[in-house]
Design a protein around this ligand. Structure first.
Ligand SMILES: NC(=O)C1=CN([C@@H]2O[C@H](COP(=O)(O)OP(=O)(O)OC[C@H]3O[C@@H](n4cnc5c(N)ncnc54)[C@H](OP(=O)(O)O)[C@@H]3O)[C@@H](O)[C@H]2O)C=CC1
Ligand SMILES: O=C(CO)[C@H](O)[C@H](O)COP(=O)(O)O
Length: 471
């Protein structure tokens, strides 16, 4: 094989594709990238580190022709039709045994379909989740590969080289069969939505307690130096210091409160509903992004329904500490819901996801990286079959130590009329999950009353129906 050939090819030189490819080049791999936009192909070369071997082209044929066999090609294009379009253009150029990786946020059912289609044509196709955003892609993302093991063996050295490292270990591991890579990434994003929602609610609570942007910066910065340490808290602290060059104000104060989304959080909720796994904080986060879009209606409603004018707390320092504990409590619930979903999905979709490995891969490089993941990793390593992290002793200790302040914050937020649906969902989930006897016996009675749907009894086996109208 000629040395002039490239070791890895990338299709789509946008935010993720460009940075991931440059990261590979920085680790000594000869890489070539394709984008239909000439400027992006040129920008790839101009932003490469001196001494690295990087080429940008605007012809897919040229890129494929200059790759070592079996070809290793990743695409980082928007999910959906663009991925199918790329595969359609690529297939006539490939040879049997070539490996194609979709590193974008594709829906796992699309990935399963593409795996089958590519396999029938003699090619390897893998769905690989990548997280870390622009900076992570460039310097060390978290990488979630799944599916074709043979294909993985061909790209493993590269993925391990470019991934983030925690304690010297790369944040990449084989995460299961089929579309497991994209599945784990989808749930990662669901957790991401949920934690972001909680942090935004904590921001509103602290504002209500009178904190200005400098004080908010200080609070989140100090939280990031303790048990709440995480990427999302770290960037939150930074955000409050950012000036806006257009208005002279802090940028956060001129950003419209309508949250966008590309769909992965919604997919997590939809899929969790199908699996009958409760991920209530993720559901709430998706709904809160939806309600945020109703800006005009919210403005109208705010004139109809005045905010209760009650202060959140008489003592600011105490309240900040309570919010901190509540945030930690609720964040644990987010991970617990996400991991419970993966636990069920692993067998329901025949993916065999190694849950401890998934958590290990999230410890560095990704958007939901946090100190807590170390505790969860130890928990899942010692008891991989535990259906819910809340059943682990070390996790339970954290939850119990924060429970009192969680309840105190919910009471204050409710009295002050603050939107705290994420926090409330977290506490409600906890209170239902730890409830030995739920009031759902009444739901069963109602179902049987109006629809003869039958019920089970606590004192004898079997299925029963009662002719309720006669009572
Ligand atoms: N941005 C992020 O933080 C993260 C993104 N992702 C996922 O990675 C994927 C890529 O995202 P990102 O890099 O941000 O997106 P960008 O929009 O920055 O880049 C997408 C690239 O895909 C190219 N492209 C679009 N359509 C086609 C097509 N039909 N054929 C060929 N190329 C096409 C675009 O080319 P052109 O502009 O020239 O049309 C562009 O270069 C998405 O699935 C995204 O969800 C995953 C993790 C983090
Ligand atoms: O995958 C990601 C991070 O992990 C992307 O940044 C994702 O696009 C974020 O989702 P959304 O745009 O829906 O907020």
């Amino acid at each position: 094989m000629s040395n002039s050939l490239y070791e890895f090819g990338m299709i789509g030189l946008g935010v993720m594709g460009r940075n991931l490819l440059l990261n590979m080049a920085d680790h000594g791999f000869a890489v070539i990238g394709f984008d239909k936009d000439t400027e992006k192909a040129k920008a790839l070369e101009t932003s490469a580190t001196a001494g690295t071997r990087v080429k940008g082209v605007v012809s897919l044929e040229e890129m494929v022709g200059q790759l070592q066999r079996p070809r290793r090609i990743m695409m980082l294009v928007p999910a959906g039709k663009p991925v199918d379009d790329v595969l359609e253009s690529l297939r006539p150029l490939l040879e049997p045994g070539d490996i194609v990786i979709d590193g974008g946020n594709s829906h796992f059912t699309d990935t399963l379909r593409r795996v089958d289609g590519m396999k029938a044509a003699g090619f390897h196709f893998m769905g690989v989740g990548v997280s870390g955003g622009e900076q992570g892609a460039r310097t060390g993302p978290s990488i979630m590969p799944g599916g074709d093991q043979e294909a993985y063996s061909h790209v493993k050295p590269m993925l391990e080289a470019i991934a983030a490292k925690v304690n010297g270990e790369p944040c990449v591991a084989y995460l299961g069969k089929g579309a497991a890579g994209h599945y784990v990434k989808m749930v990662h994003n669901g957790i991401e939505y949920a934690i972001m929602q909680l942090i935004s609610e904590s921001y509103r609570m602290l504002q209500a307690a009178g904190l200005n942007n400098d004080q908010l910066h200080q609070v989140y910065k100090s939280w990031n130096e303790g048990e709440l340490q995480s990427f999302l808290i770290e960037i939150t602290a930074d955000i409050f210091l950012q000036d806006d060059d257009k208005s002279g104000k802090r940028l956060i104060d001129v950003i419209l409160d309508k949250a966008g989304s590309k769909g992965t959080g919604k997919w997590t909720s939809q899929e969790a509903m199908d699996l009958a796994v409760p991920v209530t904080i993720i559901d709430t986060a998706v709904s809160m992004r939806s309600i945020s879009a109703y800006k005009d209606e919210r403005v109208d409603a705010s004139k109809v329904y005045a905010e209760p004018k009650l202060p959140v707390s008489a003592e600011t320092k105490l309240f900040i500490d309570q919010v901190k504990d509540a945030l930690q409590f609720a964040t644990v619930m987010c991970y617990a819901q996400g991991m419970a979903m993966l636990h069920t999905a692993s067998s329901a979709h025949n993916m065999d996801i190694p849950l401890a490995e998934a958590v290990k891969v999230w410890r560095g490089g990704c958007i939901i990286r946090s100190l807590l993941l170390g505790t969860f990793y130890e928990a899942l390593k010692s008891a991989p079959e535990v259906p819910n992290l809340l059943l682990n002793k070390a996790v339970a200790e954290i939850v119990k130590s924060k429970e009192h302040n969680m309840r105190a914050v919910i009471v204050q937020a409710a009295q002050a009329g603050l939107p705290a649906a994420g926090f409330m969902a977290a506490l409600s989930y906890f209170d239902a999950y730890r409830c030995e006897t739920m009031p759902t016996n009444l739901v069963q009675a109602q179902r049987d009353y109006f629809g003869a749907h039958t019920y089970q009894r606590i004192d004898m086996p079997g299925s029963f129906h009662t002719n309720w109208q006669h009572h």
